[in-house]
Design a protein around this ligand. Structure first.
Ligand code: SF4
Length: 360
């Protein structure tokens, strides 16, 4: 069995989870225009954009020799719950012998455990639990460092150096063998980042931007023209509404769900019910960012995403009520970097002008 997985943000977490279980792994390449074109060719035209990019990745890893794909699924009134089935059908119709294993939020533990059995190999259940704990600790550790990068990269003269350091740090995380190694890598990563040169402005001069929207296009830089890096290079600190550790806690760890409820509660004035995807969370995060002193919000909506279309329709009202600028960008295979940069720069000009007026 040669196993692969979706590429989202970076491949480290899925890789380590499968590596520590002893799998033969095909690491998916970072999506490119070729990946997207491949997905667009095979997926139905009306499908939402992330489904197409993932389709492209699955076709690429199949070509590289993968016969099994381990992925996560969704539930609720949105298409994420059908992703696994639809991808499987497209692969079957194309005559490709690939099995997709979908881990969903464990509302019913039976399918979750059946899937675990499929990937546990000869490991004892004790070993499986130990690997899961290691992966969980790894996700949190990497996200702490990534959050630091999203702030610090805005205040260096050489943003590339921070991005290069992040690449190095990911390689170090790739090499961990157990949970104990993670703390040492995190310490090394903090020292590596602290060793770079920064020019931190005073807190009131900093520009902080929140990125909200559908999880895949928010987290996967190849789909959003690396918008975090773009904003950092323009001198803005960035925080995303999605990090993988928070996704795990809020979807796969029932006793942690309560910790994330406050974000959903903050959206109640605008969206009372859950309509699927991360629409309600997107609105809740805008309220949260406003309360925490952010200067603006960028909303990323994939083509074909109904939940984010609904949240997009609320943005004008939320922006006016809270007095916070919001830029909404629709993401599809046509979104060129120059187009996005122009719109982001114009948005930042507006934010800077607003900030100057507030200070004056
Ligand atoms: S949230 Fe949107 S993009 Fe993501 S699966 Fe649901 S409909 Fe598709």
């Amino acid at each position: 069995m040669k196993v692969s997985f979706p590429y989202m943000d970076n491949p480290v977490l899925y890789y380590k989870l499968l590596d520590l279980l002893g799998h033969d792994i095909i690491i998916p390449p970072r999506p490119t225009q070729h990946t997207i074109n491949l997905g667009v060719k095979y997926a139905p035209e009306f499908a939402c954009f992330p489904l197409k990019v993932l389709m492209g990745t699955y076709l690429e890893v199949e070509k590289m020799g993968a016969d099994t794909i381990v992925t996560s699924g969704g539930h609720g009134p949105c298409r994420a719950g059908y992703y696994g089935k639809l991808h499987q059908k497209i692969l079957d119709n194309a005559g490709l012998d690939v099995d997709i294993i979908v881990f969903d939020a464990p509302k019913d533990w039976r399918p979750f455990l059946q899937n675990l059995k499929k990937i546990k190999l000869d490991n004892s259940w004790f070993r499986v639990m130990s690997v899961i704990r290691t992966a969980y600790t790894l996700a949190h550790s990497m996200d702490r460092i990534e959050k630091l990068i999203h702030k610090n990269r805005a205040h260096t003269l050489e943003p590339r150096e921070v991005s290069d350091a992040w690449e190095e740090i990911q390689q170090k995380y790739m090499g961990i063998e157990n949970r104990q190694d993670i703390a040492a890598v995190e310490k090394w990563a903090r020292e590596r980042l602290a060793g770079l040169e920064y020019n931190f402005p005073t807190p009131d001069q900093r520009i902080k931007i929140g990125i909200i929207g559908e999880i895949y296009v928010v987290m996967e830089g190849s789909t959003n023209n690396d918008i975090e890096e773009m904003l950092n290079e323009l001198g803005c600190e960035v925080e995303r509404s999605h990090y993988i550790s928070e996704y795990i806690d809020s979807h796969l760890v029932p006793w942690k769900w309560k910790e994330y409820q406050h974000i959903l509660d903050k959206a109640d004035n605008y969206l009372e019910i859950m309509i699927g995807g991360h629409a309600k969370r997107s609105i809740g995060h805008i309220v949260d960012y406003k309360e925490r002193g952010f200067d603006g919000v960028i909303h990323l909506k994939p083509f074909g995403c109904l939940p984010e279309l609904v949240s997009q329709s609320l943005l004008d009202r939320v922006s006016e009520d809270l007095d916070i600028p919001i830029l909404s960008l629709s993401i599809d295979e046509q979104m060129a970097k120059a187009n996005m940069l122009t719109r982001v720069e114009a948005f930042l000009d507006l934010i800077k002008q607003k900030k100057e007026e507030e200070i004056a």
